[in-house]
Unconditional design. Structure first.
Length: 476
């Protein structure tokens, strides 16, 4: 009997309640696509210049390849543990636990980062309404409100969470697309020769831009945490993973190309603009869209906070059910069928990560970058482990083909590009501290696993049995 089955008395997640749109919404909510044109594309442009669209195209292709490895698992097993379960099914309990711990770090640091993004754009909106005022108190209030509201929604209902995320993102993305299309149809953007010919662009610039472009996508795999709550998960989740990457990739490529071309008529370059989307809206006579987009982007970052807390909580939930973390974190609410203890833990960690930086006077955008950088390491480690584990998993099932090995090797190579880009050349202080912080957190996870293996070897047997049971079911 699996650990999950043995723990029914502690409550469980409600099965078969989410459809395809809900599953896609979880992934889109974590990515917060409308935040990328507002914050990330200008930063990618600062590094890659006219090669920004190419960096996003490369990132899209790399993540499509990664998706094939993820779907090798998602089409054959379903679990709230997401990539933790997948890496464990391929590489065993030790590497699975490392992937799970990396995911927890990734999701919760992402939650902390997007709280900063929500605060930044909430203040942009408030300043547009009330004029100038001191930001410090308002920043703290906004941060607390974002985290508290995200905790409450995640505590109450995963369906409410996914549908709220999809609604907030949908409205904002539509507003951004209206502005971008207006630039194209009014003749403000055409065949932008500097971008099409990659004028002044070097491979090194594209490589550095790719690191940030990659961060725009992280969390796209979070649909896999809904393995127990989605209807027909072996069909719905793989489709949502591929659909999300392709749709969001196209949006990012178009947004970067049009934004850079449009800003050629601006006295300020894209990477120096305080509110690029507001300038774009004003440039086509849609100035009223400026405040709407600002509050929409803030809402988008709130949706990402909510989705990241939901995703992190479900990995914590399964780690607890497997005996790796405290037993109470594996409880599910008897009425709402949500992992309410794990949700609360995730919200508290998000608060601890986000609020001290605000109180210390670190700017929202700087804090967004610091926390997002650490989160990226967590995602990359879990992605690489899943890519390595996919052919091992398929071989164990007797389904391995040459193409699976090729896809695995290609995925690892493509993922090493942003990983090396974060580490080399060595960045300035304090950025160079961030990989050390991540390595320290991973070391704590490894140490705890070794202690657990020594003190409670039966826990590892439970993990192995549960993962084997989950992967034994044939694909639908």
């Amino acid at each position: 009997m699996s650990e999950l089955s043995a723990s029914d008395a502690r409550g469980g997640l409600r099965r078969d309640q989410l459809g395809f749109a809900d599953v896609v919404a979880q992934a889109i909510g974590t990515i917060a696509p409308s935040g990328t044109p507002a914050l990330v594309i200008p930063a990618v442009f600062a590094a890659a210049g006219n090669g920004t669209w190419l960096a996003y195209l490369f990132a899209t292709l790399a993540l499509v390849v990664l998706s094939l490895n993820i779907n090798a698992f998602a089409a054959r097993s379903a679990s709230p543990g997401a990539l933790y379960s997948f890496a464990g099914q391929g590489l065993g309990a030790f590497w699975g636990t490392i992937a799970g711990w990396s995911l927890v770090i990734a999701y919760l640091f992402t939650a902390g980062a997007v709280v900063q993004g929500a605060g930044n754009y909430a203040l942009v909106f408030l300043h547009s309404i009330f004029g100038e005022f001191r930001d410090f108190g308002a920043a703290i209030v906004v941060s607390l409100a974002v985290i508290a509201l995200a905790w409450w929604v995640a505590f109450r209902s995963i369906r409410l969470s996914t549908r709220l995320s999809l609604t907030l993102e949908g409205v904002t993305v539509v507003a951004i697309l209206i502005v971008l299309v207006s630039w194209v149809t009014r003749g403000g953007v055409g065949a932008d020769k500097p971008q099409l010919t990659l004028e002044g662009v070097s491979f090194e610039q594209v490589r550095l831009g790719l690191v940030l472009a990659f961060f725009s996508f992280v969390g796209f795999e979070s649909a896999t945490v809904l393995g127990h709550e989605a209807r027909t998960p072996l069909r719905v989740i793989p489709r949502s993973v591929i659909t999300t990457v392709l749709a969001i990739g196209v949006f990012f490529v178009i947004s970067s190309y049009v934004s850079i071309a449009a800003f050629r008529s601006s006295p300020v370059t894209l990477d120096k603009a305080d509110a690029p989307l507001s300038w774009l809206a004003s440039g086509v006579g849609l100035g009223v869209f400026g405040p709407i987009i600002a509050i929409g982007v803030a809402a988008s970052f709130f949706a990402s906070t909510l989705a990241s807390i939901n995703a992190g909580a479900r990995v914590i939930y399964l780690l607890s059910r497997h005996g790796v973390l405290h037993v109470r974190a594996g409880d599910a609410h008897t009425e709402h069928a949500t992992p309410h203890v794990a949700v609360t833990i995730s919200a508290i960690v998000t608060l601890v990560l986000a609020l001290p930086l605000t109180i210390a006077g670190v700017g929202f955008l700087d804090a967004f970058g610091y926390l997002g950088n650490v989160a990226t390491f967590g995602f990359l480690v879990s992605y690489i482990l899943v890519s390595i584990g996919a052919p091992v998993f398929l071989k164990r099932r007797g389904e391995l083909q040459t193409r699976h090995i090729v896809v695995s090797a290609l995925s690892v190579l493509l993922l090493l590009v942003p990983l090396v880009g974060v580490l080399y050349p060595v960045p300035d202080f304090p950025i160079w501290l961030l990989p050390i912080i991540f390595a320290g957190l991973i070391a704590l996870g490894v140490l705890w696993f070794l202690i657990l293996r020594w003190r409670s070897p039966q826990v590892l047997n439970l993990i192995a049995r549960d993962l084997e049971t989950a992967s034994a079911h044939p694909a639908e």
